[in-house]
Structures are given as C-alpha cells and as structure tokens.
Design a protein around this ligand. Structure first.
Ligand code: SF4
Ligand code: SF4
Length: 369
C-alpha cells in the first residue's frame, strides 16, 4: 500500500480509503471488513451522520485499538442544521456514535447551493474553527457534488484542508472534474475521491462495446482495475474511497492498490479509457448511482429501481425482462413512474443533478410503449 502526503496537514494516508456507506447488512461482517482493511494497511476510514447506522458500526469496528491506527473522517448533516448550535450538537452525537473524543477530518456534507447557504447563514465556518480549538476535530473539510464554479467559490472562501469530490472515468469534465481537482490541490488541499465506480454504475451498466475494448486490449485487466488505475495515476489525488459491501470486493480492491505505483498509466492506457468513455456515452443511460438520497418519494415512486431497470434495458442485456418487471411488478404495486406528481422534492436531493420527474416520464413512456 502506498502512503502519500495528505495535502498541507502533514498527515500520511493510504491511497485506498474505506468508504462506509455501503456496509454489508450483517453488522459482524461489516466490523470484520473494516478491521481487515486496517490490518492490511488502510488508514483512512470515511463515514457520515447520514449513512444510516454506519457511524455506530464504524465505532464498534474501531474498538480494541483500531481507532489509534486510523484517520477517521465523518460529515456534518447540513440537512438538519436550523441554528448555529446544531452544528456542535450533531458533532457531539457523532463523537458518541463513533466512540471517540475527536474526528481527524470533519466534513461539511454535500455543499450544494442550498447547503452552502445554510453554512453561511448559521456560521458553519466559525464552528469548524472553534471545534479545532476545542480539539473535537483536527482538520476542516467539505464534500460536494456541485459545479466547478460553485466548487471554486467554496474553495476560495475558507482555509480548508481537504475536499471530497466525485470523480471517475466518466466524470473527467462533469461536476468538479479534473480541473477542479487540480485547482484545489494547487492550493495545498488534500483530496479524497468518492464514487470511483460511479456508485457501481460502471460495473452494472457495461455495454458490450466496453467489454470488447477491455478484452481486446493486450494488458488484461478488469474494468474496475482500469477505473482505479486512472485515478491512481493523478498525483493530485490523495485518497480514493471505495465503499465495498463484501470482504471479497475489499480483497480485490486491495490487490489492485497493492499492485499500483505512481505514473501507472501509459499513453495507450489513456487512449483505452478515452474509448471506454465514448462507448459508455454512446448509450442512452441515466447516470443514477443508486445512492437513494431521493428516497422516500412521498408518492411511493421507486426512483432508483426504475432507473436501474431502464439502464439495464438500454444495454439490451435483458430487454423484455426489464420491461416486464416494470409493467408487472412496479406498476401494480403503485411504485412506478406514473405515480410521480412532479412535486420536485427529489430534485433537491439528487447529487447527480438528474431531472428526476422528466426522466421518469421518459422511462414510463418507453416501458409502456
Ligand atoms: S417529483 Fe415525483 S419522484 Fe420526485 S419526489 Fe415528487 S413525486 Fe416523487
Ligand atoms: S436519482 Fe439521484 S438521488 Fe436518486 S438514487 Fe439516483 S443518483 Fe441517487
């Protein structure tokens, strides 16, 4: 495992970080997975208040001496902040959940325009400085799924030490993109990359054309491996998070990282990624990562499930099966796209910026045609 400087913090971090958003359903398995990662050299653990019971399970996993071996990152639930005092109230709750007296890297979670307004309105930046003085947090950070312009504004507004962004082979110029990564890294900030596989989208929606490109390439590697290597190659990337759900996935990820070195991508490798990206973009898929931030829908619409069916349908892997599932399962259970009342509540929650009601209408029309 390679360790690198974590921006200007002086910390040394493993380039692989364990994301704790998609834990196995069994708590014992989740704890074993976290400890396996740490025993195998991973020292960066990322969780959040909003990830259901993730903080509590992570706290249990970090008992028995594991806490001292890790840099622990978690996030403030900006959604719930209604006054300045709420910031510290939630931080204190997180410290109890995690069974620790300090957080190494504390992030203001998902600074979309609304959340950024909340931070400014309730003086969230002063809160971060105060918590560093009190010793409750060590380093100040934020995560974002926004545009490059919004990102730069936030970067330039405060003495941040780290930023967390979505980046993968499909997002080179989407959201913050590589340009934003270089911009903030150039200011000495550490970077943590989330969604290196776009929340599994890059695994579950592989067009046959991509399979062919990968299989015909002289160097035999899986698509996952190429995705990680593409990120690994960038010196501005400090930590790449992977939210594994099984021990086998974790072991495979660790194998990839343990076989990686700086400057790992040749020009031919970069060309392969370019062609893979073009093949993905030629498909009419919906860029839903299945994060479920949009759920529950007040009308009962199974938003991520519908988009998953549609993407599978687009790839022609199980054409009629997907259409049939939609018509014969989701529609009768009143969770189909036809239930959408276009209230717009889900729009504010989607980190991918999807126009959910419009996409649902399109999916419904295609599936019912
Ligand atoms: S816009 Fe449609 S899918 Fe979104 S929350 Fe409202 S009813 Fe549900
Ligand atoms: S529609 Fe957006 S918020 Fe909902 S699951 Fe997909 S990516 Fe997440």
């Amino acid at each position: 495992m390679e360790y690198t400087q974590f921006g200007k913090t002086g910390l040394k971090v493993s380039r692989f970080g364990l994301g704790c958003m998609r834990f196995p359903s069994n708590e014992k398995d989740a704890i074993a997975m976290v400890r396996y990662a740490i025993d195998n050299g991973v020292n960066y653990i990322d969780t959040a208040y909003m990830y259901k019971d993730s903080e509590i399970i992570t706290g249990k996993a970090l008992k028995d001496g594991y806490r001292n071996k890790t840099l622990l990152a978690t996030k403030s639930p900006i959604w719930n902040i209604g006054r300045h005092e709420d910031f510290e109230k939630y931080l204190d709750e997180e410290l109890i959940r995690l069974g620790t007296d300090h957080i190494d890297v504390y992030l203001l979670h998902n600074l979309n325009p609304d959340h950024w307004e909340t931070v400014k309105k309730f003086d969230g930046l002063t809160f971060l400085d105060r918590m560093v003085e009190k010793g409750k947090i060590r380093h100040k950070a934020f995560s974002i799924h926004g545009t490059l312009t919004a990102f730069k504004e936030i970067v330039d507004s405060f003495d941040w030490e780290m930023f967390q962004i979505q980046l993968n082979i499909l997002d080179e110029i989407q959201q913050v993109g590589v340009e934003g990564l270089k911009y903030a890294a150039g200011k000495g900030m550490a970077s943590v990359i989330m969604e290196p596989l776009r929340g599994g989208f890059l695994l579950n929606n592989v067009p046959v054309e991509v399979d062919a490109l990968i299989n015909q390439y002289p160097e035999k590697r899986s698509l996952i491996e190429w995705c990680f290597r593409w990120l690994y190659n960038m010196p501005e990337v400090s930590v790449i998070l992977s939210g594994t759900s099984t021990l086998d996935q974790l072991k495979d990820n660790l194998r990839i990282f343990n076989n990686s070195v700086p400057n790992i991508m040749s020009e031919a490798d970069q060309n392969l990624i370019k062609k893979v990206r073009e093949a993905f973009e030629s498909k009419n898929s919906i860029g839903c990562t299945g994060c479920k931030y949009c759920m529950p829908c007040p009308q009962g619409v199974s938003i991520p499930e519908i988009f998953k069916l549609y993407n599978s349908y687009q790839l022609m892997t199980s054409h009629w099966v997907d259409k049939g599932l939609y018509r014969n399962s989701l529609i009768p259970s009143r969770s189909g796209a036809d239930q959408c009342a276009a209230c717009g509540i889900c729009l504010e929650q989607c980190p991918q910026g999807l126009d959910i009601p419009v996409l649902l209408k399109k999916v419904h029309e295609e599936f019912m045609a």
